[in-house]
Design a protein around this ligand. Structure first.
Ligand SMILES: Cc1cc2nc3c(=O)[nH]c(=O)nc-3n(C[C@H](O)[C@H](O)[C@H](O)COP(=O)(O)OP(=O)(O)OC[C@H]3O[C@@H](n4cnc5c(N)ncnc54)[C@H](O)[C@@H]3O)c2cc1C
Length: 323
């Protein structure tokens, strides 16, 4: 059995969860087994996971698990993995997985590879491909333990929906106070936008924008295509933009389909977080800006002239599509 942790957010599932289920289904197919998806916390329509390859769903609908409680999550996942005789466990590589996958691996005495970007090669053992050195190289890591834990980087294999269905069983776990030794007190979520880690389209600004008062042109550009905003580190450090928008070595690592970098020089530390983007567009007025070397498309010129024109072009294109 392959067990996939199907993370819920406010009771529903995000694209990255469906991708993890798809990934688990491909791993299961290789070894002629099935996928069991595990949902922790209250959630609606957990059977939808069948559309992405889960043959069964185990739902522990305990309200204490609605937010990430790392110890309790790890305990529940390890118990269900043992009950289901799971040989492989799959997580989506996000902050939740960073907190719980190593705990689960330790409980199950399993080998862990964090950050897989492809289906494991099982021709000769169990070899997982991951990117290393800020996306500059690939590593192939062989897991030799009986139980294997993998977390997959979102946007690595894409999401495919099918007609499949899954049998749902609701289960309970006996937790102790010790399992909740560290507790979430409250959560403030950014509302109304696709979170950066899941965004397919990202518009990002750097120091070339001169100050926070100029972010309107980037907001308009992002709004015209439904993109999420990001920024370079000095922009967040100067409090021009919130820290959750900071990408790079010390910020978020993203893999959107489109990354538009405006007024960002392309320092190695910035590239570390974004150079796995599928298409990179760089707008910079300095022809020597290092970012042009990593760009699929480069626009040489003043952002304050180019960005409004690009926004107008996107809006015109969209209007023509709907005419
Ligand atoms: C340990 C360490 C970790 C770091 N981690 C990160 C990280 O995670 N993320 C990160 O981003 N940085 C990180 N940095 C900082 C990094 O080295 C760079 O200093 C930073 O990325 C530069 O930000 P920037 O490109 O916005 O600014 P700048 O380097 O100042 O570049 C501004 C760019 O805007 C262009 N420009 C100016 N005016 C215009 C205009 N009108 N129109 C168009 N273009 C214009 C300029 O030509 C220039 O290329 C880290 C540094 C260290 C030492």
């Amino acid at each position: 059995m392959v067990l996939v942790f199907a993370e819920q957010n406010n009771g529903t599932f995000k694209k990255a969860t469906f991708e993890a289920v798809n990934y688990a289904a491909k791993v299961a197919q290789q070894s002629g087994t099935e996928v069991c998806a595990l949902v922790l916390g209250e959630a609606t329509d957990v059977a939808v996971l069948g559309n992405y390859g889960a043959a069964k769903v185990v739902h522990i609908a305990d309200a204490r698990l609605n937010n990430l409680e790392a110890r309790a999550y790890a305990k529940a996942i390890a118990i269900v993995a043992t009950q289901q005789d799971a040989q492989v466990l799959v997580f989506s590589n996000n902050n939740t997985a960073k907190a719980i996958a190593p705990r689960v691996a330790a409980r199950l005495k399993a080998g862990l590879v964090a950050g897989a970007i492809a289906i494991p090669d099982t021709a000769n053992g169990f070899v997982v491909k991951k990117s290393v050195f800020s996306g500059k190289a690939f590593a192939y890591v062989k897991i030799n333990s009986a139980i294997k834990v993998i977390s997959i980087i979102p946007n690595s294999i894409g999401v495919v929906k099918s007609e499949g269905s899954s049998a749902v069983s609701v289960q309970q776990i006996d937790f102790t106070d010790h399992d909740f030794a560290v507790k979430f007190v409250s959560v403030n979520k950014v509302q109304g936008i696709v979170p950066l880690g899941e965004a397919e389209l990202v518009v990002s600004g750097g120091r070339g924008l001169k100050g926070p008062e100029n972010w309107g042109i980037l907001e308009n550009l992002a709004g015209s295509i439904g993109a999420t905003l990001a920024c370079s580190r000095p922009v967040a450090d100067s409090h021009w933009r919130p820290h959750h928008e900071h990408v790079g070595q010390t910020g978020g690592t993203i893999r959107p389909d489109l990354y538009i970098a405006v007024g960002i020089s392309g320092a190695i530390q910035h590239l570390a977080g974004v150079n796995s983007s599928k298409t990179i567009v760089v707008i910079n007025k300095d022809a020597e800006a290092p970012f042009f070397k990593s760009a699929d498309y480069g626009v040489l010129g003043d952002a304050f002239e180019i960005v409004p024109k690009l926004t107008a072009a996107f809006l015109k294109y969209k209007a023509a599509q709907h005419a």
